[in-house]
Design a protein around this ligand. Structure first.
Ligand code: HEC
Length: 140
């Protein structure tokens, strides 16, 4: 029984080791910009969830718009081209990123009305962009 568990653990490891996601070749400085943005994304997403859980719906909307929404687009515009992630992404990958910004803004708009239930129903559209991009693309 123990051995069976070990074998299935090893098999699961093999499946994970085989990364079938599409490689997006971003220059190293662009990867670095993206990584910094991503770490912040996860922190902001968690803050938005905390605000929603506390019933602070409008505050969650304001944070979503400024940190993840369309207002947060173009952060890297003033950087040299090789440090800007967007222009080096395959168009479909870039599109998922745009969808994520739009989903955050759509959530923010509804959250601004204070309608908690409707705002919650829009949150999975936002996380779907995170999941969709990570499931389809890698940078290394
Ligand atoms: C358009 C594609 C795309 C979208 C959308 C996206 N990510 Fe990422 N994310 C990436 C890529 C590519 C990396 C790997 C960056 C690297 O290290 O080169 C990454 C890495 C990360 C990491 C790991 C950072 C580290 O510690 O190295 C976190 C956390 C993360 N993303 C969170 C999020 C969250 C949360 C969202 C949604 C709000 C999101 N991402 C949306 C493409 C995306």
């Amino acid at each position: 029984m123990k051995r069976l568990l070990l074998i299935s653990a090893l098999l699961a490891g093999n499946v994970l080791a085989e990364d079938t996601r599409q490689l997006a070749t971003l220059p190293l400085p662009a990867q670095e910009s993206l990584r910094v943005e991503m770490i912040d994304n996860l922190v902001r997403l968690n803050e938005i969830l905390e605000l929603m859980a506390a019933g602070k719906v409008k505050e969650a909307g304001v944070l979503a718009e400024s940190s993840l929404g369309e207002s947060a687009m173009g952060k890297h515009r003033s950087k040299p081209l090789d440090a800007r992630p967007g222009p080096h992404m395959p168009p479909a990958m870039h599109g998922i990123g745009m969808d994520g910004h739009k989903a955050a803004s759509a959530f923010a708009k509804v959250a601004a009305t204070g309608d908690r239930d409707q705002a919650i129903s829009l949150l999975p559209n936002l996380t779907a962009a995170c999941v969709g991009c990570h499931a389809a693309y890698r940078t290394r």
